[in-house]
Design a protein. Structure first.
Length: 357
């Protein structure tokens, strides 16, 4: 890479030379993320030495990023391009906050270091450790730990449901709760339950399948039928929650954007003593009939400011699926901002009225 106005040079020496391949990443993919983040810095690797040349402030920032990645690696977290990209993003955000505070003449808030966020363990299961992978996810996990009711709102791929499930399993293993209750509204996108083949349970199963999939990642699959038979783990559609009080339970409502205002109130009032609730959803993916207000959207307005209830907003920067997913979400968000407002409230996807001339 070509520097722009060379004014500083710095060499980062990796004392444990055997770990250099891990620090650089497969095909140098990790160090390339650092190069991509600091295009004004020339990065040269020779042996166990990484030379940085370029603008003084950029060189200092790039060196800090490399040192932080060393700390993450030393803490036992494998380095990937995603880990490197998030580490650089967090450090950049912290510098921005510090600069803004300095301009305002105030003291900057102490931002969490990437190593503190990315090495935090939620659950170790089946030979793998589940951790938050972004600052937003770490804040979400902390909110679940510190509040009785937490709303996780954000687009697909931000780990809303998966991290909540990990927290639930960890709470069960630590005997903080006696059971896990997982539920979703059975609202279809484009096809009606009555048209699907099979019994009621067979019709409902596709809506609950994502919860089963996440559960299988965290609990020995052979033990799940036994736990479900004993009532330790329950997976059921939202309609089955009516009339119940759930004590000493970790309760997760997934796809909450497809609840009505009345359904959301019904669910939240199932809360019993010693229980934790997590509500997850994406307000941009509502499948309710036109004119029906989403219970998730309504809850943000109704419950804002209520003590012991947290609202966590996750965004494209928290997407941990394929890197392109974040770009797709951002592109759609920009397109939605340009669209003129539509009357009649929320519109159902596949609304036949849209087909009329």
């Amino acid at each position: 890479m070509n520097g722009r106005g060379v004014s500083a040079n710095r060499v980062v020496v990796i004392e444990d030379a055997e770990r250099m391949p891990e620090l650089l990443g497969s095909g140098d993919a990790v160090i390339k993320e650092v190069e991509r983040a600091f295009p004004a810095v020339d990065v040269h690797v020779r042996g166990n030495r990484i030379s940085l040349t370029g603008d003084e402030s950029d060189v200092a920032a790039a060196a800090t990023a490399i040192e932080e990645l060393r700390s993450v690696l030393a803490a036992g977290v494998p380095l990937t391009p995603d880990v490197a990209r998030e580490s650089v993003r967090m450090l950049s955000a912290a510098r921005g906050v510090a600069a803004a505070a300095a301009d305002a003449g105030g003291e900057p808030a102490q931002a969490a270091r990437p190593v503190a966020v990315l090495t935090r363990s939620i659950l170790s299961s089946r030979g793998r450790t589940i951790r938050p992978k972004t600052q937003g996810q770490a804040d979400y996990v902390a909110a679940i730990e510190n509040h009785t009711v937490t709303f996780g709102i954000g687009p697909a791929g931000t780990g809303k449901t998966y991290l909540a499930m990990a927290q639930a399993v960890a709470a069960l293993q630590a005997k903080k709760v006696n059971r896990i209750v997982l539920t979703r509204p059975a609202v279809e996108a484009g096809e009606r339950l009555g048209f699907l083949p099979g019994s009621l349970n067979e019709k409902i199963d596709p809506y609950l399948r994502p919860l089963y999939d996440a559960l299988h990642d965290m609990v020995d699959p052979e033990s799940i039928p036994r736990l479900m038979e004993a009532g330790t783990i329950e997976v059921a559609p939202l309609a089955y929650m009516r009339g119940r009080t759930l004590n000493d339970a970790f309760i997760i409502l997934d796809e909450a954007q497809n609840t009505t205002r009345e359904q959301m109130k019904m669910f939240l009032t199932r809360l019993g003593f010693g229980s934790t609730m997590v509500v997850t959803g994406d307000v941009t993916q509502v499948d309710l009939p036109g004119g029906t207000q989403s219970g998730l959207r309504a809850s943000r307005e109704i419950l804002d400011g209520v003590e012991d209830i947290a609202f966590c907003e996750l965004g494209a920067q928290d997407v941990v699926r394929h890197r392109l997913v974040s770009d797709i979400i951002t592109a759609y968000a920009k397109a939605d901002e340009r669209r003129p407002p539509r009357g009649g409230g929320q519109q159902r996807r596949f609304d036949r009225s849209e087909e009329r001339p």
